[in-house]
Design a protein around this ligand. Structure first.
Ligand SMILES: NC(=O)c1ccc[n+]([C@@H]2O[C@H](COP(=O)([O-])OP(=O)(O)OC[C@H]3O[C@@H](n4cnc5c(N)ncnc54)[C@H](OP(=O)(O)O)[C@@H]3O)[C@@H](O)[C@H]2O)c1
Length: 288
């Protein structure tokens, strides 16, 4: 069974270590900048040699996961390469969605292979990550000869695989950011509207959640654009005009965003086929 090292044992590193340990992989170095954190991480994983030296931690491992924050991945990899910590033929992996495997270039020069393997998932704690990584989609990008190992890793983590070309990594990450971060921003917009009605922020969040869950469930069930409902999907121009009037009065600073999202919603309604071209044009006019 392959030996795995975790360099940067935070939320993701600890979860990956724990799942792979449970799948029978041998855990080598578990590295953090503080020994107390490395020890706690090894305890969570249930195996591994805690330490603060990434060179020592990576030595002798078949798979080295560099799961530091994104900004430290390149320099951590360079440090291990300079210290001779990578074995020939070993595989170095980072799990950032924003960066390509090219930040692991120093490992390639040292004779190792490099992959980026990114879970399309939002992970707040190691416990949650252990539950949510299985069943998540993972993207893989990097050295062709390392893809079989990449598949083995994703399979061991219980994930599903999507391959993406390295040069489109930023585009891929933009999709994940829109699905997760922009969704939060749109929900913040909805909460602001309810605050303008006099609701408390926490009440407003609670009030919209059943609607949000229902919508997300519909997207999962019937997909996009079919999950679109509401006045734009129905071509109800008067109602949308009423929204614009109300926002002009009570939340004018958000009108630009309402209209921009509305214009894209018109495209979704047209694609669904529930909105006629004629009503679509009327809506586009008032959403300009
Ligand atoms: N969390 C998510 O939702 C998520 C989802 C997908 C992908 N990812 C990716 O997973 C990677 C790790 O993210 P994370 O959320 O697990 O971050 P995290 O919880 O902040 O963990 C990073 C760990 O790296 C350690 N560290 C920082 N600098 C280091 C260095 N120079 N050398 C060694 N260890 C160092 C930190 O501990 P010390 O401070 O003790 O060193 C910390 O334990 C990132 O590439 C991130 O983009 C995260």
């Amino acid at each position: 069974m392959k030996k795995v090292s975790i360099i940067g044992a935070g939320v993701v590193g600890q979860a990956v270590g724990r799942i792979l340990r449970e799948r029978g992989y041998e855990i080598g170095g578990v590295v953090s900048r503080s020994i107390a954190k490395a020890e706690a991480a090894a305890a969570f994983i249930g195996a591994g040699e805690p330490g603060t030296d990434p060179v020592k931690g990576a030595s002798g491992a078949d798979w080295v996961f560099i799961t530091t924050p994104d900004k430290a991945i390149r320099e951590t990899c360079e440090r291990i390469a300079q210290g001779g910590g990578f074995s020939k033929g070993s595989l170095i992996i980072h799990m950032s969605g924003a960066l390509g495997s090219n930040v692991l270039e120093s490992a390639r020069k040292a004779g190792a292979r490099a992959l980026s393997i990114h879970p399309i998932q939002s992970l707040a704690s190691s416990e949650q990550a252990v539950r949510n990584l299985p069943g998540s989609y993972f993207s893989i990008e990097g050295d062709a000869e390392a893809i079989p190992d990449g598949r083995e890793i994703v399979e061991a983590l219980g994930g599903l695989l999507v391959m993406i070309p390295g040069e489109k990594k930023a585009l891929y990450h933009a999709g994940a950011a829109v699905a997760s971060n922009y969704l939060v921003a749109v929900l913040d917009f909805a909460v602001m509207i309810y605050e303008a009605l006099g609701m408390r922020r926490d009440e407003a969040v609670k009030a919209i959640m059943p609607l949000v869950r229902g919508t997300v469930n519909n997207v999962e069930r019937v997909g996009v654009p079919d999950a679109l409902t509401g006045p734009i999907a129905r071509g109800d121009v008067e109602t949308v005009a009423g929204h614009i009037e109300a926002l002009e009065k009570y939340l004018p600073e958000m009108l630009t965003l309402y209209k921009a999202l509305g214009r894209h919603t018109v495209s979704v309604g047209l694609a669904k086929g529930s909105l006629s071209g004629e009503d679509g044009e009327k809506l586009q006019k008032i959403l300009k």
